[in-house]
Design a protein around this ligand. Structure first.
Ligand code: GLU
Length: 543
């Protein structure tokens, strides 16, 4: 067979040779040990936790080693392409402190551009043509129906499915048959002519999984589709080589295709980058663990975290906790450190599934938010509110002094121990709502209507905004005593039958009337922040 002629017929025209590309995309000038990593999403518009999980690892591995993180867009599948998807990836990841050094819509060093696979089409074809010339790739004219029939036969025979060995029909077409098909205008794809033998197994060192056993590939995978667009397998090999990736971090679902990729790098004459296949994020669902699902789990979408107003550092802490087994211990010792000081290692990444637990993230979030000053919290809330807040929530920011007093109280700033009531921006805004809006609903009072009215009226008679906390509380005690509640806790405990309740029940009535809730930070201070008129109005309304 004259492969050269065939190559010219299949992919006519002049294409640069490999040396041209080697020169065009030279080895990167980086210090020894610097990793070049990449995130290579398809622009589907759906950015999920798995992307952040990968990206956090990529970012840390690159930047801990003085290397480079770039963004490549794998847009070979036009059907899945969504407008604005690239901007959305960048925006979503930026929120979590993932910054790319170069890439699509980022710019940076242009040496390795373009970063969209569609714009690199000529290069993929050049290499496909070269493989055809070398007899290592061939045209396949099988139709969808042919392939479906093949799959059916293989399934029936309990054989591995795919296009390989004796099933690779078009691999053995004669020159004559090929040209006859071409003359008839039959569409074709280009397949790799695999020389692997699945009897052969070898050890492969995965940077995350450790040593794994790999079976030689014998699948004649498609490298160029009938429209001349490459498959993931082929495109990633060429791109990772010419973008000079040193370490490919990707999901473990790709481990099964690793043999194909090893063979492709080999036929292309490229050294293999190092690979690390990370585990999937799992969720505990009753008794079983399953992968997070787009349909069932809103927390899979990264948009969820921005909308809810998760504090970026908290999410990063949790990602690092899930990614590196020794992070938690390090963080316990260095709670206030710059997270980027943690020495992140691929070898410390979890080999089996990482269990993602929203409750755990919420705990971390409470902890992280409790470290903020009231000013930092206000700034975080305001930023969230500007994008996601309702009109009434946006109004909370009009009186900055009041907001800071509210946050100081709710976060326990200056107190013995910080309160940990805030989980997210949206929850915090809900939490502080009663300072800014009259409660629309009140939790149930645990005293009779008559007692409630008497307590509230007694309070209105005595309340003086100028009272200090002690005087204020002594008045609450008076109201208790006047209405048959124990003024002192110890009296009540000693003789509960003698009373309707204690001073704490009286305080609860005042609390619910003022705030709508039975549980709040210090009520005296709340009344101070609300001011005399507002406090009175709320209590009056509950009488
Ligand atoms: N486009 C592939 C994906 O989104 C990239 C996999 C890889 O990182 O190589 O799954």
């Amino acid at each position: 067979m004259n492969y050269k002629l065939l190559a010219e017929r299949l992919l006519p025209g002049e294409y640069p040779d490999p040396a041209f590309y080697e020169e065009k995309y030279p080895a990167r000038d980086l210090p020894k040990g610097a990793e070049v990593t990449r995130l290579a999403p398809s622009p589907t518009g759906f950015i999920h936790l798995g992307n952040l999980f990968s990206a956090t690892a990529d970012e840390r591995l690159a930047h801990c080693s003085g290397g480079v993180l770039y963004l490549r867009i794998e847009d070979t599948d036009l059907k899945r392409k969504v407008d604005g998807a690239v901007e959305a990836v960048i925006k979503a990841l930026k929120y979590f402190d993932i910054k790319f050094d170069e890439g699509a819509q980022i710019g940076g060093d242009e040496t390795y551009a373009p970063w969209y696979q569609r714009q690199r089409a000529e290069m993929y074809r050049a290499f496909a043509k070269k493989l055809i010339e070398e007899g290592r790739a061939y045209p396949c004219f099988c139709t969808e129906e042919d392939l479906a029939a093949l799959r059916e036969e293989q399934t029936k025979n309990k054989e591995i499915t795919g296009y390989y060995g004796k099933y690779a029909k078009c691999r053995d077409l004669t020159e004559e048959e090929i040209y006859k098909n071409l003359d008839a205008g039959k569409p074709f794809v280009i397949r790799l002519k695999s020389l692997g033998n699945p009897e052969n197994k070898f050890k492969f060192h995965d940077e995350i999984k450790g040593d794994v056993t790999v079976t030689e590939n014998d699948q004649d995978v498609v490298i160029l589709k009938s429209d001349g667009i490459p498959t993931y397998h082929f495109a990633h090999a060429i791109d990772d080589h010419f973008m000079r990736t040193t370490l490919v971090i990707r999901g473990e679902e790709w481990l099964a295709s690793l043999p194909i990729h090893i063979e492709l790098f080999h036929v292309l004459g490229f050294p293999l980058p190092r690979y690390g296949h990370h585990c999937s994020l799992m969720k505990q669902d009753g008794e079983t663990r399953r992968k997070l699902s787009k349909r069932k789990d809103p927390e899979l979408a990264l948009e969820f975290y921005r909308k809810e107003g998760y504090f970026p550092r908290a999410v990063k802490v949790y990602m690092l906790t899930l990614l590196n087994s020794n992070f938690e211990e390090w963080y316990l010792k260095n709670p206030d450190a710059d997270l980027n000081e943690f020495p992140f290692k691929a070898a410390k990444m979890s080999r089996s599934g990482a269990l993602f637990d929203l409750d755990k993230l919420n705990d971390i979030s409470k902890n992280e938010l409790s470290k903020l000053s009231e000013g930092e919290m206000a700034a975080f809330l305001e930023k969230w509110g500007a994008e996601f807040g309702t009109e009434s929530q946006k109004a909370y920011f009009a009186d900055e002094e009041k907001l800071l007093r509210v946050l100081t109280l709710c976060m326990g700033v200056g107190g013995k121990k910080r309160r940990k009531d805030f989980t997210t921006a949206s929850q915090a805004m809900q939490f502080i709502k009663f300072f800014f809006e009259r409660p629309a609903e009140h939790e149930a009072y645990r005293v009779t209507d008559g007692d409630r009215r008497a307590i509230l009226a007694g309070f209105l008679r005595r309340y003086d905004e100028m009272d200090d906390a002690q005087v204020w509380f002594s008045k609450v005690k008076e109201i208790a005593a006047e209405n048959g509640f124990a003024a002192e806790m110890k009296d009540y405990k000693a003789n509960p039958e003698a009373y309707k309740g204690s001073v704490s029940d009286v305080a609860e009535v005042l609390r619910i009337a003022t705030t709508g809730r039975a549980n709040t930070p210090d009520l005296y201070t709340i009344m101070q922040i609300l001011g005399d008129a507002e406090t009175r109005a709320r209590i009056q309304a509950e009488i």
